[in-house]
Design a protein around this ligand. Structure first.
Ligand code: NAD
Length: 432
């Protein structure tokens, strides 16, 4: 690999930092993968990056301009696939990293999609409902040329949801003058969405945890869990674990964290959050900081918010035995070895949160076939996929004696390698 001219990102650009760090970890894992050196070279840059300006007429008549992105990382295994994020911190490096992780994730769960991601630098909480709809539609108009059910298939991510996807799918249909529901997944049920997509990310993480439960002989009632981030991913895993008898002792959102050692009544916390848009502090519970939540003495820690939450600064204080990364990129490269040395098992994002994209694939299959699956079918197929790939990654981890992220990346790189080499020309030259 050192003999090849790797197109490394521009070190001078501070905004590229997250991507540089993300790619470095992939390159390190490549040393454990049986791949052609050209594969890593090909994966060192996205295939296409689209940056757009999105003018938006506000309700008060003023005009604001938002910056949007769509990064298409790799499509050697299938159409680009990845969510659209509406968040004030969205930037080119973040979207590029998320797109790279999607390419790896789809390979880890072995579904026929490549990696992509999109985003708009905006605080959606500052927009009215009508402004949010106009922004969603305007984003699709800006990037429609590169989308399509066989080209690039978006989905929800942070601060976008089924309703956003319905607006976007509708706008796309208006542009191409035909219904093409497979162009976007995560749509509402009844509008081309799949049953079981709403909780798929949390459920996929839950199925992974159930495999660990069997391996480690956990008893749910004696197993404590803390969840950082109480949105789509965090709420559903908390709900499923609570229903299973696990003690969810702490949850947090962007404003606060609540902790109750006896275990929170998760359905009540969800109902309060839905009604009041903030977390309750039930009797017997107390508020703590997000950093305190990450360092609680729990069996399982579930970061389900944003990137770069477990860092070199707080990782030494993490006491959880298992970290289930429902968020994308919650653990920095500097925190990884600290957690590994402490004996904590970090189930990496590319496996732990892959339930979302897996059920997006189910939705896409149903859209293409014009069929509808039952909830039981979705859950059973998701469980089978998560179980199979968890054990594949676990076996590779044991074989390598390396962190689970390294094992997952190595497996993904080998699957990407097969696709890239099958369409490449390197073998022709090697034979001569
Ligand atoms: P969401 O918008 O539904 O929820 C995000 C939650 O995180 C909110 O509760 C918000 O208040 C909280 N949050 C934001 N900043 C925080 C902070 N600094 N500390 C604590 N909490 C904070 O988003 P989501 O869809 O649940 O996505 C969460 C993570 O999961 C993201 O990293 C996303 O990329 C990843 N993910 C989501 C899906 C999916 O299907 N939704 C799939 C794969 C991965």
């Amino acid at each position: 690999m050192s003999k090849l001219a790797l197109a490394t990102p521009n070190a001078a650009a501070a905004t590229a930092d997250l991507f540089e760090r993300s790619f470095e970890r992939v390159a390190a894992a490549a040393r454990h993968a049986k791949i052609d050196p050209e594969t890593l070279l090909r994966l060192s840059m996205p295939k296409r990056t689209v940056e757009v300006s999105i003018p938006l007429r506000m309700d008060d008549g003023t005009l604001r301009l938002f910056r949007g992105y769509r990064v298409q990382y790799d499509d050697s295994r299938g159409p680009f696939k990845g969510g659209i994020r509406f968040h004030p911190q969205v930037d080119a490096a973040e979207v590029k990293s998320l797109a790279l992780w999607m390419a790896l994730k789809c390979a880890v769960v072995d579904i026929p999609f490549g990696g992509g991601k999109g985003g708009v630098e905006v605080d959606p909480h500052q927009l009215s409902h009508a402004e949010l709809e106009r922004l969603s539609r305007a984003y699709v108009r800006a990037v429609a040329d590169v989308l399509g059910q066989d080209r690039d298939v978006p989905a929800p991510d942070v601060y976008t949801n089924a309703r956003t996807m319905a607006w976007m799918a509708d706008e796309y249909a208006t542009i191409v003058r035909r219904l093409e529901p497979g162009v976007i997944t995560g749509k509402p049920v009844g509008r081309g969405g799949s049953v079981g997509r709403d909780d798929a990310t949390g459920r996929g993480g839950y199925y992974v945890l159930k495999e660990l439960e069997a391996l480690r002989s956990w008893q749910p009632g004696r197993t404590t869990v803390a969840v950082q981030g109480f949105g789509n991913a965090g709420q559903h895993i908390a709900r499923l674990l609570h229903a299973d008898g696990y003690r969810v002792v702490a949850v947090s959102d962007s404003r606060t964290a609540v902790w109750q050692q006896a275990g929170l009544d998760v359905p009540q916390v969800i109902a309060h959050k839905e009604a009041h848009r903030r977390l309750p502090v039930p009797q017997g519970a107390k508020t703590i900081t997000n950093d305190e939540l990450l360092q609680l003495d729990v069996d399982v820690l579930v970061p389900a918010a944003l990137e770069d939450q477990l860092t070199a600064a707080n990782a030494p204080g993490v006491r959880a035995k298992v970290v289930i990364e429902l968020a994308n990129g919650p653990t920095t490269g500097a925190a990884d070895p600290i957690l590994h040395d402490k004996g904590a098992l970090v189930v990496p994002d590319v496996l732990a949160n892959a339930g979302g994209v897996t059920v997006s694939w189910f939705e896409w299959l149903q859209n293409r076939a014009g069929s509808q699956w039952t909830t039981e079918e979705v859950h059973e197929r998701l469980r089978a996929c998560m179980r199979t790939q968890f054990h594949a990654v676990h076996a590779r981890m044991t074989e390598l004696g390396a962190p689970m992220r390294t094992a997952a990346y190595a497996l993904a790189l080998e699957r990407l390698d097969r696709a890239l080499c099958a369409g490449g020309t390197a073998a022709d030259f090697q034979r001569r």
